[in-house]
Write a new protein. Structure first.
Lengths: 194, 323
């Protein structure tokens, strides 16, 4: 890892980059002489804000946090309505969320903004439909499996990037052709024997 | 509620089966690694990005690939000419593949820093792509954070961080460049010997001198390449040494190919040395060799002379207002 969080360093030799070379179009590493550009933004100079731990409930009629009964509630969750203290309040997508709602939505795949990964079922279907066809005989198994993948995952969340369903369509067409070809072959063999 | 963010792709991609790409959302940068069956995401919010560092890295793979591509292309042409079209086409395809590999090789590394992590952006591996992507990113980051003024950079805000970098200059080692001087000078001598050979003057002593000079240059270039690491020699000189080494190797390989070609072409018909020397392929090779050695030697000497002048010229005297 060439950079430590607290300073900037050359990616090649890890020599720190002096401030005189920051935000310059053309600079060179003082050690390895590699041309480099180090772009620094205001967040680099900002001191980390102290995290709020929430204030304790002082009076009996004060609302308390759902998750921390001894902490004073400051805001309700915009999803479930539970009262939250400053520690539990999460600002997300312009709303106040509680950690449990975020976790639940994330687990259901409802929040593309938090997904760390996505399965590409359309690619899986396309590969199942094409590669086995190169050696022909596995398609007797993979063609129905392709259809299963297409039907089962047609509505499953795909990539969060712009992506069409063209792969699903092609996979379904190929799988149909392969199944049709097998049916024709079986019928051909049966009628030939007769 | 399913919210699908909108993204637009930034320049730069890497990999074939595992592809990396960068996408820009409304408030964050998305680094995507796409496997055949899945995608993994990493988000960097514009408000959290502290710095972006782009460093050029030596494009050795590209250089090797282009050299290999040229050599294979020459081989392909020779095979076509000698009546082996199938192998010629195969070599031509290999040459194209080498060109492609050279074209796609990485020549820079881009790192993005936040307060808690430093991450490499694998898709930004070409300088052109990195330049375009960083320009687009800078606009979005400055929209979210504002820009750093020159006063901030020079004020005490960076003093604490700057303290850690005060020893950077000391890491450089001074190199006199004597080996470079000798090597580049000998290249001119080698060029002169090539010129004499090209004129048709061939003798055993001249061949021995050429071989000795050639070997000496090769050894000196290897020594120079070792000596110049982490030294204060200019980048141009250091790159030229590598280029010259590559030229030397390429020259040797082409010489070998030309010899085989002449042997195959003339064969038993070669009754005299003059007949071999008059072969156009050999003359062409000699001319390219001569021009190459002279050009590289002259460029090296000029670069060394400029460096010497910079090192030995004192800084200008600062005159007062009255001056």
């Amino acid at each position: 890892m060439p950079l430590a969080p607290e300073h900037l360093a050359c990616s090649r030799c890890q020599t720190p980059i002096p401030p005189a070379d920051w935000n310059r179009e053309h600079a060179f590493c003082a050690s390895c002489r590699a041309p480099l550009q180090a772009w620094v933004f205001p967040a680099f100079f900002a001191k980390p804000a102290a995290a709020s731990t929430g204030t304790p409930v002082l009076e009996a009629n004060e609302s308390s946090c759902f998750y921390h009964p001894l902490k004073r509630a400051v805001v309700p969750c915009d999803r479930c309505g539970r009262f939250l203290c400053a520690l539990c309040q999460v600002e997300f997508l312009g709303q106040n969320w509680c950690p449990r709602c975020i976790q639940a939505s994330s687990e259901k795949g409802q929040l593309a903004q938090l997904d760390p990964s996505r399965k590409l079922y359309d690619n899986l279907a396309l590969i199942l439909a094409t590669f086995p066809a190169l050696i022909v005989w596995p398609t007797i198994i993979t063609a129905p499996v392709t259809w299963y993948v297409v039907v089962r995952y047609w509505r499953a969340p795909s990539s969060i990037l712009p992506r069409t369903k063209i792969r699903f369509y092609i996979a379904a067409c190929l799988a149909t052709i392969e199944i049709g070809a097998w049916i024709w072959l079986v019928l051909f063999l049966i009628y030939r024997r007769r | 509620m399913t919210t699908q963010p909108q993204y637009r792709e930034l320049p730069g991609r890497s990999g074939i089966f595992v592809r990396d790409s960068l996408w820009m959302g409304t408030d964050h940068l998305l680094s995507v690694r796409r496997n055949p069956f899945s995608e993994s995401y990493r988000r960097f919010y514009f408000a959290d990005i502290q710095a972006i560092v782009v460093t050029d890295i030596p494009d050795l793979l590209a250089f090797s690939s282009y050299t290999a591509a040229i050599l294979v292309m020459v081989t392909a042409a020779a095979l076509m000419y000698t009546g082996h079209p199938a192998w010629g086409i195969f070599c031509a395809l290999l040459s194209l593949l080498s060109f492609f590999v050279g074209f796609r090789s990485a020549n820079c590394a881009c790192y993005l820093q936040t307060s808690i992590s430093t991450a490499m952006l694998p898709s930004l591996r070409r300088q052109v792509d990195a330049g375009k992507a960083v320009e687009l990113l800078k606009v979005e980051i400055e929209k979210a954070q504002g820009s750093v003024s020159a006063e901030v950079l020079t004020s005490g805000a960076v003093d604490a961080r700057a303290a850690r970098v005060s020893t950077a200059e000391a890491a450089l080692r001074h190199a006199s460049g004597q080996v470079h001087w000798i090597a580049f000078s000998l290249m001119l001598v080698r060029g002169a010997v090539s010129a004499i050979s090209l004129k048709g003057v061939v003798s055993i002593p001249l061949g021995v001198v050429a071989a000795v000079i050639g070997t000496t240059i090769l050894l000196l270039l290897i020594l120079a390449a070792i000596q110049q690491r982490n030294s204060d020699l200019p980048l141009g000189v250091r790159r030229l040494v590598y280029v010259t080494l590559a030229f030397y190797i390429a020259s040797g390989l082409v010489s070998f190919a030309v010899s085989i070609y002449i042997a195959a072409h003339l064969g038993p018909r070669a009754t005299s040395q003059a007949m071999i020397l008059e072969d156009p392929a050999l003359k062409m090779y000699g001319l390219v060799d001569l021009i190459g050695f002279l050009a590289l030697g002259c460029t090296g000497l000029i670069l060394m002379w400029r460096h010497q002048r910079e090192v030995h010229t004192p800084p200008p005297i600062e005159l007062g207002n009255g001056g």
